[in-house]
Design a protein around this ligand. Structure first.
Ligand code: SF4
Ligand code: SF4
Length: 96
């Protein structure tokens, strides 16, 4: 049996988007753009939900693995409002 890469395993998961109800929100985008130099959320997110362009940070929660890392690393500015998705929405992990 050949080993699978993490990206291949992630691709097997399914995700149900809760349109108009993102379960994670950047509280104040201005803080990201003007005060946060390291933008660790974009570095740590395994699903690539955060992108940085110029200084602007964009969050798209589709594909979020609900790991909570972005909330943890934003510990200087506490600028991430984080909840689990509503019941039935979000990630459906496929194991094995
Ligand atoms: S770590 Fe927090 S403050 Fe910094 S860019 Fe990400 S969400 Fe914004
Ligand atoms: S909870 Fe994890 S996967 Fe979801 S946006 Fe945050 S870091 Fe990315």
């Amino acid at each position: 049996m050949t080993a699978q890469k993490v990206e291949e395993k992630l691709f097997q998961n399914r995700y149900l988007v809760d349109a108009d109800n993102p379960h994670i929100r950047i509280k104040d985008p201005e803080v990201c753009a003007t005060r946060c130099e390291t933008k660790q959320c974009a570095v740590c997110c395994p699903a690539g939900c955060y992108t940085v362009e110029e200084a602007k940070v964009t969050l798209i929660t589709d594909g979020c693995l609900e790991c909570g890392a972005c909330r943890v690393v934003c510990n200087t500015y506490l600028n991430v409002a984080w909840e689990y998705p509503r019941g039935g929405y979000g990630i459906l992990f496929k194991f094995g």
